[in-house]
Design a protein. Structure first.
Length: 176
């Protein structure tokens, strides 16, 4: 059995300490390109991706993103095109666009890991401020930011939660 994919999944981590070395354009393009292979509801492509590499804009994103602990040298902002969602007849409460943000994020994070970049998702940010900074079209809303960069040699230890359930306690097998 070839467990290359499982090994990548098991070794991928949220990288919170990045070097100041810029992300190469080809690397950023490769990570962006991976999103097209993520599962999307009905293959409708309701998301937009904004690549950010300019240091002043990255600093401005950090200023409106309390969840952005790292100092990325590149970022990908995953957005939902809500007018497009409505044009397909999705009801407002449909979770599909958000699920697709998650599958895109997982794919972007694994792609970054696969080419040696550090990456981490950010969900704590001002959506209105980010939309303004990126000059997004009306109805295109930023939902998640993937920070990218070269991982520093020394990383912060992973956050450990105490007192939570064991992994096995979170799994239920069907009952026959």
């Amino acid at each position: 059995m070839n467990d290359t994919v499982l090994r990548a999944i098991r070794t991928r981590r949220v990288v919170r300490v990045l070097t100041p070395e810029p992300v190469d354009h080809r690397q950023l393009t490769a990570v962006l390109d991976s999103a097209r292979y993520a599962p999307h509801a009905g293959n409708r492509r309701l998301h937009r991706y904004v690549a950010v590499t300019r240091p002043p804009l990255l600093r401005a994103l950090r200023m409106v993103s309390p969840g952005m602990l790292q100092h990325p040298t590149a970022a990908i902002v995953v957005c939902v095109d809500w007018p497009q969602v409505r044009s397909y007849g999705f009801p407002p409460a449909n979770p599909g666009p958000y699920i697709d943000v998650g599958t895109a994020a997982a794919t972007l994070l694994l792609a970054a890991h696969g080419i040696g970049l550090g990456a981490g998702p950010v969900t704590s940010f001002s959506r209105a401020a980010v939309a303004t900074l990126l000059n997004l079209a009306d109805g295109v809303r930023p939902e998640l930011i993937v920070c990218l960069g070269h991982p520093a040699a020394e990383q912060l230890p992973p956050v450990r939660r105490r007192g939570g359930p064991a992994w096995e306690d979170l799994i239920q097998w069907e009952r026959g």
